[in-house]
Design a protein around this ligand. Structure first.
Ligand SMILES: Nc1nc2c(ncn2[C@@H]2O[C@H](COP(=O)(O)OP(=O)(O)OP(=O)(O)O)[C@@H](O)[C@H]2O)c(=O)[nH]1
Ligand SMILES: [Mg+2]
Length: 240
């Protein structure tokens, strides 16, 4: 099995080299793709409308409050979490500069509050962390929510769609899935053939309402996707 995997990786690298020889393929991020294959990188992108709890989910997975969360539209810059023995936070700027920051400074770079309209010109932030979920090459990518009054946050989320190997699409029980969310899902499915749907904030309702909320979302999403989907409830367990 491992032999087959290694030879498939090698074949794919050769194919990318072959592709990059064509002068008119400017849009192929060949080097990035090759690096992903060599290092077994798998991008799991967390997506959804603003305030569905994307950043909170990542903190919960990591078991640490590393990323800033809030009740107002917050995340404005994509943050990539990858495995590392120690916690290191590097900020990459659009002009090619990079700076390493302390965890308490993170909100000054990745949030609408600390970095309004991205006045600091940040491209992305890469965090190394020693979580077992990040071992074996999985990279969790937190994206800004779409559909808020901040169009530039939506634009950043769209930039990360082509990088997704799989997507976690967050819904929330307190707000039934709406037209804007559905439009976004249509765009996501163009890029990601593996989408996992999570109905977050399950703790807001009792189990009966949770089931109603999931059935409602499931019906609408299945119409959009043209296939059966499973929706996983998330959040604290219902109180009843
Ligand atoms: N009760 C409850 N609240 C949650 C849950 N997940 C997130 N929240 C709250 O929802 C709010 C939004 O959470 P965030 O993680 O910042 O949401 P987000 O989707 O990252 O928001 P943007 O980055 O602005 O798009 C915060 O006040 C969280 O505490 C949950 O499972 N249950
Ligand atoms: Mg967020």
């Amino acid at each position: 099995m491992l032999d087959k995997y290694s030879s498939l990786k090698e074949e794919l690298s050769k194919f990318i080299d072959f592709m990059s020889a064509f002068e008119n393929i400017h849009s192929c991020p060949c080097e990035e793709l090759k690096e992903k294959i060599q290092n077994n990188v798998f991008n799991l992108v967390v997506l959804g409308q603003f305030k569905r709890g994307k950043t909170s989910l990542i903190n919960a997975l990591l078991g640490a409050e590393i990323l800033p969360t809030a009740v107002v539209p917050l995340t404005s810059i994509a943050t990539i979490l990858k495995y590392g023995e120690t916690l290191r936070i590097r900020v990459y700027f659009n002009d090619g500069r990079m700076t390493e920051i302390r965890p308490e400074s993170l909100s000054q770079y990745v949030t609408e509050k600390g970095n309004p309209k991205n006045e600091k010109n940040v491209q992305e932030v890469i965090i190394s962390y020693f979580s077992p979920y990040l071992k074996d090459g999985v990279r969790l990518i937190d994206t800004p929510g779409v559909g808020s009054i901040y169009q530039h946050n939506t634009d950043v989320a769209y930039q990360y769609l082509p990088k997704s190997d799989a997507a976690l699409f967050l819904l929330s029980v307190d707000q039934p899935i709406g037209q804007a969310e559905l439009e976004f899902l249509k765009d996501v499915k163009e890029y990601s053939n593996r989408i996992f749907f999570l109905q977050n904030k399950a703790d807001y309702v009792d189990s009966e309402d949770l089931n109603k909320s999931i059935s409602f979302s499931k019906k609408i999403i299945e119409e959009c996707m043209g296939r059966d989907v499973k929706i996983y409830p998330m959040g604290n367990a219902p109180t009843d």
